[in-house]
Ligand binder design. Sequence first.
Ligand SMILES: [Zn+2]
Ligand SMILES: [Zn+2]
Length: 285
Amino acid sequence: MRIGPVSIMSFRITFLGTGGGRHTTMYQVRSTGGMLIEHDGKMLNVDPGPGALVQMHRIHYDVGETKSVIISHCHPDHYSDAASVAEGMSRGGWKKGGHIYGSPTVIEGQDGLGPCMSKYHLGIVEGYSVFRPGDTLDVDGMRVDIKMAKHSDPTNVGFVFHTDNGLVSYVSDTEFTEEIAQQYIGTRVLILPVTTPMGNRIKYHLCTDDAIKFIDIVRPELAIFIHLGVVIIRRGPDKEAALAQEATGIRTIAGHDLMVLDVGEELELSDAETYDDEWIPPSSV
Ligand SMILES: [Zn+2]
Ligand SMILES: [Zn+2]
């Protein structure tokens, strides 16, 4: 029995980037900045690849507000802005603060991959943790389950965020297997990295055909395509998402940069407000 007021935890995702893969990243066809999550007033960066800092500036978000950063694996489209996020969390390295969560390649390095975070940057934050499939994290009061993936960085994982209004899953880079998809059954919002379009499968990633199978197993309320490679961008991500919606009967959209999703009783989509001025956060001076 619950006594007293029932707390409703807010949960908002700002998609700092919806691009992924080498070409989208190196040409910044779309930003590859990952996600900024606000949960109950606390801020979390997830996979801050190239563009994260630029996008946070554009929406006047002070990276000093970030309490934790999650880095799924050691590919630049997921980590390259993370060192600066660590400097934000620690007020430029002056005051220990924040927590870094990463897979083994991110924190320790393994088989020639990584580490992505230098000893220096691990030293300026309050703490850091290595996660593996099966782990459950407490990220500033929010439960996050770690799921297995199958990717060219073998330590990569996916994430299930527990909100008061259901489960939100971010499936980081993986190829399709039934077993991987089944881990996300029960999720309300399924955020899928769909790197390539229909009929264009590449190893260790999802194409639209795979996304259809994935969505059909999970049956969420909403599926969102992100991590868009150049070929699917050229083909038209909205069209590819529509194919998945048609095939599964599940509402499916393609994400776009700075799209905002509020997960309350309803799922609300909007766009972040942007500014073009030369902005210096007040807390930095
Ligand atoms: Zn990637
Ligand atoms: Zn990757």
